[in-house]
Design a protein around this ligand. Structure first.
Ligand code: SF4
Length: 57
C-alpha cells in the first residue's frame, strides 16, 4: 500500500505492540493516520497482519 502520514500523536483507535515499526509510539500506540490489514479471506488472528508496517530505521 501507499506510505501513509505519520502523525505526531497516537491514533486513538489502534493499540499495537509492534515496537519495530516506524509508526509505533511508546505506550503501544500507532501514529499512522490510517492502517491497512491483510489478507482477504484470512482464517484466524494469526494469519492477519498490518500491511502498513514499515521497519524502523
Ligand atoms: S502501522 Fe501497523 S504495525 Fe505499525 S504501529 Fe501501526 S498498527 Fe502497528
Amino acid at each position: 500500500m501507499m506510505r501513509v502520514n505519520k502523525m505526531n500523536h497516537p491514533n486513538e483507535g489502534i493499540k499495537c505492540v509492534v515496537n519495530t515499526c516506524e509508526y509505533y509510539m511508546s505506550g503501544d500506540h500507532c501514529a499512522a493516520e490510517k492502517i491497512e490489514v491483510q489478507p482477504r479471506n484470512a482464517a484466524d488472528t494469526q494469519e492477519t497482519d498490518c500491511a502498513t508496517f514499515i521497519p524502523k530505521d
